[in-house]
Design a protein around this ligand. Structure first.
Ligand code: SAM
Length: 187
């Protein structure tokens, strides 16, 4: 029991160190659970997902689940601003993966799917709006944007750009909401 707790702490050490340095950017002291990653992946039709982005990839816990679900010919571009976590992501050996060491609002591609673990609520409001506007621009007309959050407090921001449905995932610390967002064209 103690040994497995120590192993868990070791594998999450980079993430926890980054949280201590910059809690507002990290938003959470530990990476997402497998249950949360699976719930996010279940929101996607993988047979139609060719160009995928992940915003705020952290230590790659969700990245690995995305790579498991993706078609062999699909491509995944991930955005992460923490240099040690970028290094960790670059160690994932998969030719479909490209790691961008810049803020998510600088995304310029066109994507069928955008997955996000960004802590929207703790980001400065201007950054939050810039990221949501960039995601809206980058998402294909029939694309899907999947964002998890720990509270409902960013719903008004999501509603400016997207139509969404949400579901609760209890098996995560803390429990989370998974928002499945699609574009609306009123903005
Ligand atoms: C809550 S963690 C989520 C990490 C991982 N996706 C997971 O589910 O465990 C949020 C991540 O977003 C990154 N981040 C924060 N602001 C960002 C930004 N503007 N652009 C890209 N990444 C950002 C942080 O460095 C952190 O790794």
């Amino acid at each position: 029991m103690l040994a497995s707790a120590m192993t868990l702490m070791r594998t999450k050490a980079d993430f926890i160190r980054q949280f201590i340095r910059n809690p507002r950017h990290m938003g959470s002291i530990t990476p997402s659970s497998q249950a949360l990653c699976r719930a996010m992946a279940q929101e996607v039709d993988w047979s139609a997902a060719h160009r995928i982005a992940e915003l705020g990839a952290g230590d790659g816990v969700l990245t690995r689940v995305l790579l498991q679900n993706m078609l062999p010919q699909s491509a995944l571009e991930v955005f992460e601003i923490s240099p040690p976590l970028v290094q960790k992501l670059r160690r994932i050996d998969d030719p479909r993966l490209q790691v961008r060491d810049c803020s998510a609002e600088l995304m310029e591609g066109h994507y069928d799917v955008i997955m996000s673990g960004l802590p929207l609520l703790s980001l400065p409001p201007q950054t939050r709006q810039a990221i949501l506007a960039a995601a809206h621009r980058a998402l294909a007309p029939n694309g899907v944007f999947v964002q998890f959050q720990y509270t409902s407090l960013t719903q008004a921001d999501l509603s400016r750009y997207f139509t969404w449905q949400r579901r609760r995932v209890l098996r995560n610390m803390p429990p989370a909401w998974v928002y499945r967002c699609t574009r609306h064209f009123r903005t």
